[in-house]
Design a binder for this molecule. Structure first.
Ligand SMILES: Cc1cc2nc3c(=O)[nH]c(=O)nc-3n(C[C@H](O)[C@H](O)[C@H](O)COP(=O)(O)OP(=O)(O)OC[C@H]3O[C@@H](n4cnc5c(N)ncnc54)[C@H](O)[C@@H]3O)c2cc1C
Length: 654
């Protein structure tokens, strides 16, 4: 069930939203728009304060129906001096449905186009962070679903402006109490501007106690007063946000030059994320074309991981899929380069359990109902879906709603086309030499290939040798494992497209039933796989792997295997092989290494499509001490892993 909202007739198009949970209105009695502009935007000195800044971070407590976000976004759009990047981070314990958010904007027609864009991304809001991207990634909304205190503790950025909003302190005291305001203060730097509509004594006292210097100013009619001020404690604030200070290039430092080594999914994603922030990025690759490594896979599946305890991997995979869907939706042509068809997971080996709270309504009033948000992601497969795949009604299977297939090379090309990115092929890096302020990258003959202030190793399994070349040896050797894999594919024979399911199926190997070939012929191919051979870094084709792929397909989808048998048995199947690169935790390795301005983004394992877009954004956000797209706890799980050091997580099968 979605958060219930009553729409009271106030003569406006949509009506006035009222929360039965808190017994309060969502917005002031005159529509809320004036309040939003006057109390919050102007109260924080915006838009003037952000003029010419490279980025600006607004932190809000209480997202409600998103009015303050729309107003900030609208002001950003209208301002010729707008920052390159606008971050809007908002906490919300009880998210309204997408329909209600849109309805809330009906009274303000100028905001409707923005509300429609938000509505299309407001799905699957399970507890935790959700990064939504607008304006080509220049307006980033981080919705933090859960108790404000807990959500704020997962942040390490410093806000430039703070909006304290929410239902009234009498009706929802928790969001105004000293603990929440302390958590807000932890996200402030000296000088962060703060604004709120309430002048309640308890709030003013708590704010003063937390180091905010506030004053009453004339309110937005009919309210007499409002509060505005800034974070200016009499004590030296703790360096709780050490990340900003320890960011190797410094949070405030403008974007500089970077070389990314490797132009697969990982390298291209990093390059695009940095270029969007104004970096000049050179991407070097040993191959003659981009996506010469594992990312040259003809097509791969994009599917979230699920587990009964909603593990780190499961949560990270959802963050990754959301980021990837945004990127693919913006950059690729649906039906040609990708297709978000949904994916059926046939749990051949063992039935996968969904978290109990995803399937059952809560019995206690204070518990949140997650069923609707969870079913936006994954639900038990229906008998119709199973029948469509030729599977019996009792086959253990899940339906992943936000899933599909992607041609990785198309996405790599699109990312490399981002202004500010330059790709150079036939450029195998052998040596990394630290000069005074920069890295010099040399080939085997000692010729300089490039130089830059920052280097990112995104060379798949090759990242291990590159880290070694940069001096990371012994206990600082990167723990990466090569896992060779082979996929089978063929152009469809007459009649086989119609005989296969309309969507990919995974669970024991996988089948992508129909992707158009990139040669312009209009023909369709299927892709099935893949073999999994640990500790083999060689790209080689093996006949035995083809047989293995066919055997897997027979268990995964017996009917489909029957239709493709003639091609498998008649030697009409092509093979494609590549080398995955995995870490002991089976999570990517992302972060700074023990050398100045040297970062790694690798270890995507079997989930490059799931993780690449998220990792690109995460790396860029960490470099600039921006708000992260995922909780700090999840980001910490991606720290680079070294040989011999204990994995932070138990090893999982990927
Ligand atoms: C058979 C198979 C099936 C798969 N199926 C799926 C799937 O369905 N879904 C999914 O999400 N993932 C799948 N994967 C995994 C996915 O392909 C990888 O996770 C992803 O491509 C990794 O991207 P990357 O950029 O880290 O590495 P790569 O794409 O391997 O890129 C690394 C690049 O670095 C370059 N390089 C290496 N060393 C150097 C050097 N010294 N100098 C310069 N350049 C260098 C290489 O040329 C290469 O282009 C599959 C993988 C395989 C092998």
């Amino acid at each position: 069930m979605r958060e219930p909202i009553e729409w009271l007739d106030d003569g406006t198009l949509g009506g006035s939203p009222h929360s039965p949970r808190f017994g309060d209105r969502y917005r002031g009695e005159f529509g809320g728009l004036d309040q939003s502009r006057d109390v919050f935007l102007k109260g924080c000195g915006l838009p003037a304060a952000w003029g010419n800044a490279p980025r600006w971070c607004i932190l809000e407590t209480g997202f409600g129906l998103g009015l303050n976000f729309f107003v900030a976004w609208q002001a950003w759009k209208a301002d010729p001096l707008r920052p390159r990047l606008l971050h809007f981070v908002s906490t919300e314990a009880f998210p309204a449905s997408a329909e209600d958010v849109l309805r809330g904007a009906l009274s303000h027609p100028e905001l409707l186009p923005l509300a429609e864009q938000l509505q299309s991304q407001l799905w699957g809001l399970l507890p935790g962070f959700h990064r939504l991207a607008f304006e080509g990634g220049q307006v980033l909304l981080t919705l933090c679903i859960g108790d404000a205190k807990a959500m704020l503790r997962e942040h390490r950025f410093q806000a430039d402006s703070v909006y304290l909003d929410g239902f009234s302190p009498q009706l929802n005291p928790g969001i105004w109490d000293i603990h929440t305001l302390k958590a807000v203060a932890r996200c402030c730097r000296r000088g962060t501007r703060v604004a709120t509509w309430t002048v309640a004594r308890s709030v003013r006292d708590a704010l003063a106690q937390c180091g905010f210097v506030m004053m009453k100013t004339p309110g937005t009619p009919p309210k007499r007063d409002k509060l505005q001020g800034s974070f200016d404690p009499t004590w030296e604030p703790k360096k709780a946000h050490a990340r900003a200070a320890s960011s190797p290039l410094g949070a405030a430092r403008p974007a500089a030059s970077c070389v990314v080594i490797g132009s697969g999914l990982a390298g291209a994603a990093v390059a695009a994320s940095l270029a969007r922030r104004g970096w000049q990025v050179v991407v070097l690759d040993a191959g003659a074309t981009p996506a010469a490594g594992a990312s040259g896979l003809p097509a791969g599946a994009l599917v979230p991981h699920v587990s009964s305890d909603d593990s780190l991997l499961s949560r990270l995979s959802r963050g990754g899929i959301r980021a990837m869907l945004q990127q693919a939706g913006t950059l690729l042509q649906a039906g040609r380069d990708w297709n978000p068809t949904g994916v059926l997971e046939h749990c051949v080996e063992h039935a996968r359990k969904l978290p109990a709270a995803w399937l059952q309504k809560p019995t206690q009033e204070h518990e949140q109902d997650l069923t609707a948000a969870a079913s936006d992601w994954t639900r038990p497969a229906t008998t119709e879906q199973l029948a469509h795949c030729g599977l019996p009604p009792d086959a253990p299977a899940l339906w992943h709603v936000r899933a599909g297939w992607i041609k990785p090379a198309s996405l790599v090309q699109a990312w490399l086309a981002t202004p500010g990115v330059e790709w150079r092929g036939d450029a195998a890096v052998e040596q990394l030499v630290r000069q005074e302020e920069w890295w010099q990258l040399l080939d085997a003959a000692g010729r300089e290939l490039a130089r830059a202030e920052l280097v990112v190793l995104a060379a798949g399994y090759g990242s291990q040798a590159l880290a070694e070349a940069a001096g990371l040896i012994g206990s600082r050797e990167l723990a990466l494992q090569a896992i060779r894999g082979q996929a089978s594919w063929a152009t469809h024979a007459p009649g086989t497209v119609a005989a296969l399911p309309d969507f990919p199926v995974n669970g024991h190997g996988s089948l992508i039933p129909a992707m158009p070939l990139s040669d312009g012929s209009g023909a369709f191919a299927w892709v099935s796989g893949s073999s999994y051979e640990r500790d083999n870094p060689r790209i080689e084709i093996r006949a035995a792997d083809e047989q293995e792929n066919f055997r897997k397909l027979k268990r995964l989808l017996p009917a489909a295997a029957g239709h493709l048998a003639a091609q498998f048995e008649g030697g009409k199947v092509n093979a494609w092989a590549g080398v995955r690169c995995a870490t002991p935790s089976r999570l990517p390795s992302l972060g700074p290494l023990d050398q100045p301005n040297l970062w790694v983004c690798s270890g995507m394992g079997s989930r490059g499509l799931t993780f690449a877009a998220l990792c690109g954004e995460l790396l860029a956000a960490e470099l600039h001490a921006e708000p992260l797209p995922i909780e700090q706890r999840l980001a910490d799980a991606l720290r680079p892993q070294y040989v011999g050091s204990r994995s932070p997580l138990k090893i999982q099968e990927i």
